[in-house]
Design a protein around this ligand. Structure first.
Ligand SMILES: *Cc1c(COP(=O)(O)O)cnc(C)c1O
Length: 400
């Protein structure tokens, strides 16, 4: 029996928005506290019969009382069979690669979250992984890479950080499955509000909970979610992932788990407003003389728009990149001149951020030099437009 059943008749048939807002109806087990209390216990006492009264033994093994709630809610939002919470998005993503059999071949996007590319480069070969990088928006290239040799896993991220290149998730999933490979999708940027990768064939979905799920720039967290229909390969993968988390301990702390659940409650209204503002900004700056191109899948002129419109619903999330006209240093100065956009890395919070990715990533970076990446928050769109226009003008004036 879940805590909720004692207090409220709760059903998982409620829509995802309802499940998020009420945290699946969970209550403090004794008091009915809304929201549930935080337990910091790392270990649990056995009774005189040497039984564990609540089934919990040790924090690293099973988590604590608040964990099942956040995992069930995120599994529910994705339409998955279950979820595991991790201490970061990277802990979640690398778990998938770490539990593959030694010698596995993996096909990953050439453009994706920088940290995962870096981990695969630094540690992949050393762990016996053969890592093949492909342009995931080129289905012929994906098919060629996957059929060239037995492949254990195909990984996708759409739209992909930081160029917002769109991948046809269903088509890549089909290619992966035809070759007997597992298919993992990083759904951090679209969130389950705009995209549900299990409906497009994913076996496992990954999130950086640090970003939109938490949404308040004060928690680092991650998730893996398992596809709803059971297959032998999925069951084996999930068992290995559960065991990996138990034995290596990349589990989120109880306080952060509480904060994360609080953030998730407002995911839907945040995403709706953030995506609407991002769309408005993308349209505004696409027509701006000091901007050479706006990368945003919500623009009808964006190369990924047709596919994105097919696989995303209700918006295109809050990430866009501006390619600034003029020589590339001007884009860096645009970031320097912003007053409202905060010059900071990360994404998905309530406050808008601007970042010159090339400078952040350093000389190995494949990020276009003339590009600033924007993470749109909940500010008034007119204030954001005015801030960027002023920064663009000032940066351009310095070149005259
Ligand atoms: C931030 C991010 C990650 C890594 O998550 P952390 O919580 O920072 O470890 C992975 N994928 C994407 C798309 C991200 O934006």
């Amino acid at each position: 029996m879940t805590n909720s059943e004692k207090f409220t008749p709760w059903t998982t048939r409620y829509r995802p928005e309802t499940r998020a807002a009420q945290g699946d109806g969970w209550r403090g087990p004794d008091t009915g506290a809304v929201p549930p209390p935080v337990s910091l216990a790392a270990t649990y006492a056995r009774d005189a019969e040497y039984r564990l009264p609540g089934g919990l033994a040790y924090l690293r093994d099973q988590g604590g009382p608040g964990y099942e709630q956040v995992e069930n809610v995120v599994a529910g939002l994705e339409g998955g069979a279950g979820a595991l919470v991790f201490s970061s998005g990277m802990a979640a993503a690398t778990a998938v690669f770490q539990v593959l059999p030694g010698g596995s071949r993996v096909v990953v996007p050439r453009t994706m979250y920088f940290g995962l590319t870096k981990w695969l480069t630094e540690f992949g070969p050393q762990r016996g992984l053969e890592v093949v990088h492909v342009p995931m928006d080129d289905l012929d290239a994906v098919a060629a890479a996957v059929s060239a040799a037995p492949t254990a896993l195909v990984w996708a991220e759409s739209p992909a950080n930081p160029t917002w290149t769109v991948t046809d998730v269903a088509a890549v999933g089909e290619i992966a499955h035809r070759a007997g490979a597992l298919f993992g999708v990083d759904n951090t940027v679209p969130t389950p509000v705009h995209s549900r990768p299990f409906e497009l064939g994913a076996d496992v979905v990954m999130h950086s909970g640090t970003k939109y799920l938490n949404g308040h720039t004060d928690v680092v967290a991650g998730f893996l979610v398992l596809a709803p229909e059971r297959t032998e390969a999925r069951a084996t993968l999930w068992e290995r992932l559960q065991l990996h988390r138990r034995l290596t301990g990349p589990l989120l702390g109880p306080l952060e788990t509480y904060l994360l659940m609080r953030g998730i409650r407002t995911l839907f209204p945040r995403m709706r407003q953030i995506s609407a503002t991002a769309q408005a900004l993308a349209e505004h700056f696409a027509a701006h003389p000091l901007v050479s191109r706006v990368a945003y899948p919500g623009l009808p002129t964006d190369p990924g728009h047709t596919v994105a419109a097919r696989q995303m619903t209700g918006g295109f999330s809050g990430m866009l990149s501006l390619h600034v006209a003029g020589d590339w240093q001007r884009s860096l100065r645009v970031a320097q001149h912003c007053r409202l956009f905060i010059r900071a890395t990360s994404l998905g919070g309530v406050e808008s951020l601007i970042e010159h990715r090339y400078t952040f990533e350093g000389p190995d970076s494949t990020a276009p030099k003339d590009m600033v990446r924007l993470s749109i928050g909940l500010e008034n769109p007119a204030d954001l437009v005015a801030d960027l226009e002023e920064a663009l003008e000032r940066a351009a004036k310095e070149d005259r």
